[in-house]
Design a protein around this ligand. Sequence first.
Ligand code: FE
Ligand code: FE
Ligand code: ZN
Length: 276
Amino acid sequence: MLIGNHLSASKGYAAMGRAAIALGANTFAFFTRNPRGGKAKEVNPEDVKKLLLLMEEHRFGKLVAHAPYTMNLCAAKEDIRQFSKGMIADDLARMEYTPGNYYNFHPGSHVGQGAECGIELIAEALNAVLTEEQTTTVLLETMAGKGSEVGRSFEELRDILLRVTLKDKMGVCFDTCHVWDAGYDIVNDLDGVLKEFDGIIGLNRLMAVHFNDSMNPCGAHKDRHARIGEGCIGAEALRRVATHPLLAGKPFILETPNDDEGYKREINMIREWAKE
Ligand code: FE
Ligand code: FE
Ligand code: ZN
């Protein structure tokens, strides 16, 4: 079972590796820069080398880096789109210090331009920044459909993927809270939801899972994460997700409101489920 949580990158790469190990994790997520945006810190190759060694020693799975929330490839304003494109290009260049991992981002908010326009703009930006040489796989996150979020349905994600030329560089991150909030009933029909995903996008594109409970009912389009077992999805349904054979081997990232002790407990609980 590959399981971990979001770690702070403020103390560097090796520190994240040590923090993950201390929590019992064997993967983790981190923001490539301050989640609210701003300039990214310079990467220290020595620091990265230490992380890569730790990851090898402790048999880590792929990491799931997260783009800042301020990045919006389908903003209505041209300057925000340009800024966001520069941000993703820079992040992808820095991701090559840790080759072969995942870089996840929220597709964007179309802010009144309509989902179709948003989809076009996102795909256009991806086509401008993806390169044949990159070893990183870029993941579109399934979204709750709050406001004008693009990616609120499997169809919208497919429509982005269809327009991207370098398809091998792309995948999807399945966020349990978001999918539930978007209206996919993973409590009563997980198999049906995965089958639907497979029919529309293809399960071979599902690379990682954001593992969260939700404070709101199915279809609420709210996006408020809850601790595992403390929300509307509940422990039983989430156990079925964590142990589903079609999701085996994918990195599961907790984005639950927790302190370190809480994460340790959740990681441990999910490992126990996987053993049963
Ligand atoms: Fe996210
Ligand atoms: Fe998420
Ligand atoms: Zn969320």
